[in-house]
Design a binder for this molecule. Structure first.
Ligand SMILES: [Fe+2]
Ligand SMILES: [Fe+2]
Length: 172
């Protein structure tokens, strides 16, 4: 699955990328930045620097945007780009199958995050005594989701960026 990356390694992913490839990397950089921000909020909660209200303010707006954007991003990839890539580069079917399966697996994490976040939000809004329990559960759910998303962003870039750069003209 890595023959495309071998043909166009990361060292060459510089200024001259096609617009779609540059935009793709920019989107992924945004998701990584949001993940770092959310992990940081969870760390501050666990170390006692934030109370449940503080965690809510530091985490929930970012998480909300993250869930919406990532879900939309995956829909466009699986629904629009990947079918085009399958036609343009039939050799990469297995790689695209893997990325589509990743989307399903990540969707389950996003679902779990959404439900944990709603429970936490209700706990904080209702000033309920179980708000700290919900905060811990949400922080744990974030931890569980992080590795598969990080890995997916890297794996997808290894396939998509070379494909757009080498065959990009017809993939726009
Ligand atoms: Fe993806
Ligand atoms: Fe992506």
């Amino acid at each position: 699955m890595l023959y495309l990356r071998d043909a166009f390694p990361r060292e060459r992913w510089t200024g001259a990328l096609p617009e779609t490839a540059a935009f793709w990397l920019q989107m992924h950089a945004g998701f990584r930045a949001q993940q770092v921000q959310m992990a940081d909020a969870a760390t501050r909660w666990r170390s006692g620097q934030l109370d449940p209200r503080g965690l809510h303010a530091a985490l929930i707006p970012t998480l909300q945007a993250f869930l919406q954007h990532l879900d939309g991003h995956h829909r466009v990839e699986s629904g629009h780009y990947f079918p085009q890539f399958r036609l343009i580069e039939p050799r990469i079917q297995t790689g695209l199958d893997l990325l589509d399966r990743d989307h399903d697996a990540i969707h389950a994490h996003l679902d779990a995050l959404y439900h944990s976040a709603v429970a936490f939000h209700r706990g904080v809004a209702g000033q309920s005594s179980d708000a700290p329990d919900h905060a811990h559960r949400l922080a744990d759910t974030l931890d569980r989701a992080a590795p598969s998303l990080t890995r997916h962003l890297d794996d997808e870039e290894d396939i998509v960026i070379p494909l757009l750069a080498l065959k990009g003209a017809s993939a726009a």
